[in-house]
Design a protein around this ligand. Structure first.
Ligand SMILES: Nc1ncnc2c1ncn2[C@@H]1O[C@H](COP(=O)(O)OP(=O)(O)OP(=O)(O)O)[C@@H](O)[C@H]1O
Length: 830
């Protein structure tokens, strides 16, 4: 439309402007529907048309039916033979007799499984009122109830004549399914209901059941309980909270469920709460009465059987139930059942000696280089582990993969072997290049893990001359990295994201070398794709060639990670889960227990647990995980004061020290490592006998990884989680894991005094830093960090437990950042 036309035709201009404004306001795309309507109006219009069409068709059917009855009555009055009783007519294509017509309708609608054909307007919404002895349907008696002049056709008889397996009425006049009816009282029938009723398809609602509940209504009324799809037999689809339900009533309900009853004439109301059989019966009567009072329509639509429509049971629409029940919770329940089962299986397997992580397949059968096989044999690897067997062929084929396998099952070798093969293949294919390409990049979250992976890769490369690995991790001099990279060109790099990004952003030659990348591996992928690392990982991935193979490995793959893994993986990647859906994610041979005690007892309890473990385990090797670096430091100092053989490892320590301690702990026995989360993931310290976690881990995944430092390679292990009472909520997150709550041990009062003495000897600055770190850690945990007042109170409890008289002051800036500035109990530094 040219501008001049618009100026000449102001209406066209207005319309165009309206369209523009309208389109923007609605946030939709351009108007593409005829008649100037938007998509919603268009949709509504079509829905309305469809409804009208349906109504018209039903009206036609009704008229046809009435016409048949009229002609039959007329013929009868005129003394003529019933035109529809003519067998020629009824057998042929002519109009049917009313009886046959009803029979036909009945067979169409009343057969088993045909309930799906019933539309929402079918049948009476309320059960027919109880009839007096002289009352008949259709006749309005003096009491206002309907009766009938003529005896109604006995539809039940009609149906039962033609069909064996149809519905019968229960003693209260409601229909039940024949196969469920045994002539008992309705209640006792339900009680004695056998496993026959286990078939969901046989679960029907009562005669006067309202149609399917409105999704919105149900959702609106839903409370945070475990909803269960109820098993209902010949009764109103009833959901009730399990606590009061009569388990002997044969209702088949387990756990909590929703009670759902006809609260208004059309839609059932959903309520949560107790209510046994009696209450429900009473409810039903009340609903019936209410329906009567309001003159609820008692006959169905024209498509129904009119007053003979004694349909009483409408199958609970399974689809709608699936929508209404809390689906994630249903999944969770199933998961838990599977967990239990798998745990039992695993325990059974244990007994049969099936707990080994090894598979039957040998490395020399899987098509990897013989030199690698030789190196593996030298390292004592002959057979593959299960995860290696499950992943190796897909990885060697060049597929992208996301792999989940339990801790300590050999994931590192599972990606290092294909990585080495990739280098060998690429090296043999390439010509001499000016900048030696890096073929494999392995990202991992910690420096110690990077060193460990590089060491493992080097062991596998023992007989491959010319292939080498380098690490790029923080805590070392950047210039040294650069020199190393130049003097000793490598094909495999193991890096932590931060340091690698430094190199990429510094425009070192590394960026150029990464252009030849063939394979990217993310070890501890879920952690690397977590908020802390994701940005760096995204930036790194942006600098890598798109034509590459990507492998993601972890012992935990939460749903969000599965989704965002697409950042790195190709769409058609393989997801290899060797844990199995619904199976316990922790190794079966780790005994897990939990202790709940107030903060002031924590140090004593830790001391007691360690002493006990040492006395029982001559070759003990223990890791004590603390929430933060400074709390780790304090714990280590305290245990050292208590004359225990401890080392500390956390990010506050210089890298050289960290490496030394890590190596020492790997090689040693009879040593306790007090560590922050730097040792939580991937670290393979052999034969750790006990892992203790003090305070809540940052999340469920972190609990699993920390615990996984023990019980590796299918060996036995022990894990103890020590929580303060207010931290107990965390147990819900790990409820599917086999954790046993144990009572508090008896604590020696002398140890308490000794502990207090030892605490007094520790420098106040360490305790103050521990308080600040504690506050920062828990402030970042959603569940408690939101309630600042409570958080500060709890922090002050912790403060007292570490022997500080009053909480140390915070810098104003820090307090503001943490949202704690005006919270009572917080002291601000002047
Ligand atoms: N094929 C094999 N045969 C024998 N031992 C193996 C084999 N593969 C791996 N291992 C050993 O199993 C142990 C655990 O391996 P690894 O550290 O790779 O586990 P992981 O699954 O990566 O654990 P995490 O989830 O904690 O990172 C190591 O000691 C390793 O040497």
């Amino acid at each position: 439309m040219s501008p001049s036309i618009l100026l000449e035709r102001p209406r066209a201009l207005t319309k165009l402007l309206c369209n523009l404004i309208f389109t923007r306001d609605m946030g939709g795309g351009p108007r593409t529907f005829p008649g100037g309507v938007n998509k919603w109006q268009w949709k509504r219009m079509h829905e309305k048309r469809a409804r009208e069409k349906e109504r018209r068709l039903l009206e036609q059917e009704k008229q046809l039916y009435q016409a048949r009855i009229r002609s039959q009555v007329r013929a009868k009055l005129a003394g003529k033979p019933d035109p529809y009783s003519n067998p020629d007519l009824s057998m042929g294509h002519g109009p049917m007799s009313p009886t046959d017509h009803i029979k036909a309708l009945a067979s169409r609608f009343m057969k088993e499984g045909a309930e799906d054909l019933w539309n929402e307007d079918d049948g009476p919404l309320k059960s027919p009122p109880p009839r007096g002895p002289n009352e008949r349907p259709g006749f309005v008696g003096p009491n206002g109830r309907r009766g009938s002049i003529r005896s109604p056709m006995d539809l039940r008889k009609l149906i039962s004549e033609g069909r064996e397996n149809v519905n019968f009425t229960n003693p209260s006049g409601n229909y039940i399914n024949k196969r469920n009816y045994s002539g008992q009282s309705w209640r006792s029938f339900r009680r004695n209901e056998s496993s026959e009723s286990e078939d969901d398809d046989e679960d029907y609602g009562p005669l006067n059941e309202s149609p399917k509940p409105s999704a919105r209504k149900l959702a609106g009324n839903r409370r945070d309980v475990n909803w269960k799809i109820p098993k209902i037999s010949g009764q109103r689809p009833r959901f009730s909270k399990d606590e009061n339900s009569d388990s002997g009533s044969g209702s088949d309900f387990e756990g909590e469920s929703v009670k759902y009853f006809a609260g208004n004439s059309r839609w059932p109301r959903l309520s949560v709460g107790g209510g046994g059989e009696e209450e429900n019966e009473g409810m039903r009567d009340r609903d019936r009465d209410r329906g009567r009072e309001r003159g609820v329509r008692k006959v169905g639509s024209s498509a129904s059987l009119g007053k003979y429509d004694v349909k009483i049971k409408k199958r609970v629409p399974l689809q709608s139930l699936e929508e209404e029940v809390d689906f994630p919770l249903q999944v969770e329940l199933i998961r838990r059942q599977l967990s239990k089962k798998s745990l039992m299986d695993e325990n059974g397997g244990e007994k049969r000696g099936e707990e080994s992580i090894l598979s039957q397949k040998r490395f020399d059968e899987c098509g990897i280089s013989p030199l690698t096989v030789k190196a593996l044999s030298a390292a004592g690897y002959v057979q593959m582990t299960r995860v290696q067997e499950a992943t190796l062929s897909a990885c060697l084929e060049g597929k992208d993969a996301l792999v989940k396998a339990k801790t300590g099952t050999g994931k590192s070798a599972a990606f290092l072997l294909p990585a080495i093969e990739t280098v060998l293949k690429a090296s043999s294919n390439s010509t001499i290049q000016r900048v030696p390409p890096i073929y494999v990049l392995i990202l991992c979250p910690t420096r110690e893990l990077a060193s460990q992976l590089a060491a493992e890769a080097n062991a596998m490369l023992k007989y491959h001359d010319g292939v080498c690995v380098q690490t790029l991790v923080g805590g070392t001099r950047f210039k040294d990295d650069q020199k190393r990279l130049e003097s000793d060109p490598c094909q495999i790099i193991v890096a932590t994201p931060g340091r690698l990004l430094d190199h990429i952003e510094n425009k070192s030659s590394l960026s150029l070398r990464l252009m030849g990348l063939k394979m990217l591996v993310l070890d501890e992928a879920d952690h690397l794709l977590d908020l802390g690392f994701r940005k760096d990982v995204e930036k790194i991935v942006d600098c890598l060639p798109r034509q590459r193979q990507s492998l993601l490995f972890s012992a935990t793959v939460p749903k969000e990670v599965r989704r965002i893994s697409q950042l790195v993986l190709k769409r058609e990647h393989a997801f290899i889960d060797t844990v199995g859906l619904g199976c316990v994610e922790t190794p079966a041979k780790i005994r897990q227990s939990c202790l709940i005690a107030s903060h002031e007892l924590h140090f004593q309890i830790v001391h007691h647990l360690l002493k006990e473990h040492i006395s029982q385990t001559p070759d003990y090797k223990v890791i004590v995980f603390c929430t933060t670096g400074m709390v780790t430091s304090l714990m280590c100092l305290l245990l050292r004061e208590m004359k225990m053989n401890v080392r500390e490892l956390h990010s506050r320590k210089p890298q050289l020290y960290r490496t030394r301690i890590s190596d020492e702990f790997r090689e040693s026995k009879r040593l306790i490592l007090v560590s922050s989360d730097v040792s939580a993931r991937g670290m393979n310290y052999p034969d750790v006998t006990l892992v203790t976690q003090i305070g809540i881990p940052s999340d469920r995944e972190q609990y699993i990884h920390r615990l996984g430092r023990t019980g590796r390679e299918g060996k036995e292990g022990e894990g103890i989680l020590l929580l303060a009472p207010w931290e107990e909520y965390f147990l819900v997150e790990i409820r599917d894991l086999p954790l046993e709550k144990v009572p508090l041990p008896h604590l020696d009062p002398n140890i308490k005094l000794k502990m207090e003495d030892s605490l007094a000897k520790i420098d106040t600055s360490v305790k103050e830093s521990a308080y600040h770190a504690w506050l920062g850690y828990y402030n970042s945990i959603r569940e408690i960090g939101r309630d600042k007042t409570t958080l500060v109170k709890l922090a002050n409890q912790f403060c007292q437990s570490i022997g500080l008289q009053k909480p140390p002051a915070l810098f104003r800036k820090t307090a503001i950042k943490m949202g704690l500035k005006d919270i009572p109990g917080i002291r601000i530094r002047k």
